[in-house]
Design a protein around this ligand. Structure first.
Ligand SMILES: Cc1ncc(COP(=O)(O)O)c(C=O)c1O
Length: 375
């Protein structure tokens, strides 16, 4: 039996919710879309939410809604999945990578402050592993320079920072509902913001930029069939079938959080005696919903420990290769060495199994194997 690093938790209610939609009239663009959006807005404590068909689409729609355009600079972290940067580039931006803080793996506000200029349109932070970034400091730095803060909270729906829900703090926040994430809709994502108009722009982007409201049409007398594209968009719609799954998953979020917290605490207790391991930090001001359990293995031992765990059926992962190490960035002239803290983090990191239904026996096996590998 193998133990994955992450997986979904699907119960009978999730299945029934999907089947009910399949028996109905709307596979997509139906009532579940709005229901799911209202439920996400409630969880994020925002006035509105726009659901889309992946976390990547959420980031793309968020950059578009912020008005990112050719020639703008976006400053982001290299310790992320490449989509955080790739979607900015898709809107024509130039991406600059700022280094991270070694304890949380999150974007370092001081590194951002050193790089930001009047060319910078957006600072894009990632809540690495579910631990919220230093959002207040980043907001101050971004706004002080006329830029906006995008939060890639693909890992962090359900997390709090200074008592506030992730999604309600940054200018715009993107969620992912991929199966390994804190909750899932199979594929899926959402854009939330304290600014309802920004969410509306993201919603328009996910549906080709189409405008139907007669009050907003440039040619309102064209006929009852008329709709207009006033800005370009794409088809990033999330079908009702997946919204139904997401809705039921969202109703289980508090339970998922409790279980993920218990997994976090069991690792913290079980691995504390291993000197070669650095365990993830939780800052006092945050209440994370842990998506990953990232440990750092010292003394150049990461590869050996990784291979040992994999050979023993523990399907650990490494999150992440610094984004600018990907050949596509290398080919654009990005060089290794520009963010040394992130590169060191990458060289040492292993993501241990972390998911709501991780059995205690399986977790204990992981803890035991780490003791065997490191003693
Ligand atoms: C930090 C981060 N950003 C963006 C994404 C993209 O999300 P998705 O896989 O739903 O497109 C992911 C997921 O892999 C992620 O981990």
């Amino acid at each position: 039996m193998t133990i994955p690093y992450g997986r979904q938790s699907i119960n009978e209610q999730d299945i029934e919710a999907v089947v009910e939609v399949l028996r109905g009239d709307w596979l997509t663009i139906g009532p579940k879309v709005g229901e799911f959006e209202r439920a996400i807005a409630t969880v994020a404590t925002t006035p509105d939410a726009a659901v889309v068909n992946s976390g990547t689409s959420a980031l793309h729609a968020a950059y578009a809604a912020l008005g990112v355009k050719a020639g703008d600079e976006v400053i982001t972290t290299p310790l992320t999945f490449v989509a955080t940067a790739a979607t900015a580039i898709a809107e024509g931006a130039t991406v600059t990578f700022a280094d991270i803080q070694p304890d949380t793996g999150n974007l370092d506000p001081e590194a951002v402050a050193a790089l930001i200029s009047d060319r910078t349109a957006v600072v894009a932070a990632v809540d690495y592993a579910g631990h919220p970034a230093e959002l207040d400091a980043l907001l101050e730095i971004a706004h002080g320079s006329g830029a906006l803060l995008l939060e890639d909270a693909a890992h962090a729906i359900g997390s709090l920072s200074r008592g506030r829900e992730v999604g309600s703090i940054a200018d715009v926040t993107a969620f992912s509902f991929f199966p390994t994430k804190n909750m899932t809709s199979g594929e899926g994502g959402a854009v939330v913001s304290p600014d309802a108009a920004l969410v509306e722009r993201a919603r328009r982007f996910r549906s080709h930029g189409l405008v139907r409201d007669p009050a907003e049409l440039r040619y309102p007398d064209e006929g009852p069939w008329h709709q207009e594209v006033q800005s370009f968009g794409l088809n990033y719609r999330l079908p009702d079938v997946l919204c139904a799954l997401g809705l039921n998953q969202l109703s289980r979020l508090a339970d998922f959080k409790r279980k993920r917290t218990a997994v976090f605490e069991r690792y913290a207790a079980g691995l504390a005696d291993l000197d070669l391991l650095t365990l993830p930090t939780k800052r006092d001001e945050v209440d994370p919903m842990w998506h990953l359990y990232p440990v750092r293995v010292g003394d150049g031992q990461r590869r050996r420990v990784f291979d040992f765990l994999r050979e023993n059926g523990v399907l650990v992962q490494v999150n992440y290769i610094p984004a600018y190490w990907h050949p596509v960035f290398e080919d654009l002239g990005y060089q290794r060495g520009q963010c040394p803290v992130a590169e060191q983090y990458y060289r040492e990191e292993i993501s241990l199994p972390m998911y709501a239904d991780l059995a205690s026996d399986d977790q204990d096996r992981v803890i035991e194997l780490l003791h065997t590998a490191l003693s």
